[in-house]
Design a protein around this ligand. Structure first.
Ligand SMILES: O=C(COP(=O)(O)O)NO
Length: 250
């Protein structure tokens, strides 16, 4: 484990849940035993953040799944960083592959979003990752480096950033990266930070893995030196399994 020495596990609930199912998930999370030396964050859909914030144990911090690129105003349908702070969000997930490849956000727009969120004191879970065809074409590192550069060009500091490497071909597919595949990219990301930002940022920044992580594969992944935690999708909607993943990283 590099980074700050504190593992980081995020639960990305994506566009899932109802008031009823989230009430059950919160109850399961509140009653789960979670190792104290792991930073745990969950990212509900915007409309349920207040419900979660008001009833979830404060052991777990709240993240948004997206935020607007500047101060709020005449941007119909968007949610501003100021509004997220107002309801107690400490983090925001940006650059998720679903925002890139479904919604169409590009590297520069995502970088600017990260810069603005950080400038307002909200931490950023900065997602990167390649498509299967990019990996098959040997472009994994080039794609990740371009995504990293867009963040680096826009952020005021690296103090409050967690990088999430999420190979798109592993997201929601059940095809998890092998520990070796994940470690190889995490090392390359850390080397990129060392060569393009600073050795200090490279050593302290947590690089977490996401893509079909579950209670059965998390322990092997967590043993990798440069895997500093996880960003979990589907398995984060099951309280007991998410707790297993949190506890696997110690
Ligand atoms: O998108 C993901 C991973 O999703 P899964 O765990 O469902 O593959 N994290 O942000």
């Amino acid at each position: 484990m590099a980074g700050t020495g504190q593992f980081f596990v995020g639960g990305n609930w994506k566009c899932n849940g109802t008031k009823e199912s989230i009430t059950k998930l919160i109850s399961d999370l509140n009653s789960a035993k979670m190792e104290s030396d792991v930073d745990v964050v969950v990212a509900p859909p915007f409309i349920y953040i207040d419900q979660v914030k008001s009833s979830l144990t404060d052991r777990i911090e709240i993240s948004a799944q997206n935020s607007w690129v500047s101060k709020g105003g005449a941007f119909t349908g968007e949610i501003s960083v100021e509004q997220l702070k107002d309801i107690g969000c400490k983090w925001v997930i940006l650059g998720h592959s679903e925002r890139r490849h479904v919604i169409g956000e590009d590297n520069q727009f995502i970088g600017k979003k990260a810069g603005y969120a950080l400038s307002q004191g909200v931490g950023v879970i900065a997602c990167i990752g390649e498509l299967l065809e990019e990996r098959e074409a040997g472009k994994t590192f080039d794609v990740c480096y371009q995504q990293l550069k867009a963040y680096a060009d826009a952020v005021p500091s690296w103090d409050n950033i967690v990088i999430a490497y999420e190979p798109v071909w592993a997201i929601g597919t059940g095809v998890v990266a092998t520990p070796a595949q994940a470690q190889e990219v995490h090392v390359a990301v850390r080397d990129w930070l060392k060569n393009n930002v600073s050795a200090e940022v490279a050593s302290k920044t947590r690089i977490i893995y996401g893509g079909s992580v579950n209670g059965g594969n998390c322990a092997e992944l967590a043993k990798q030196k440069d895997i500093d935690g996880f960003l979990v999708g589907g398995a984060s909607l099951k309280g007991p399994e998410f707790a297993t993943i949190v506890n696997s990283v110690t």
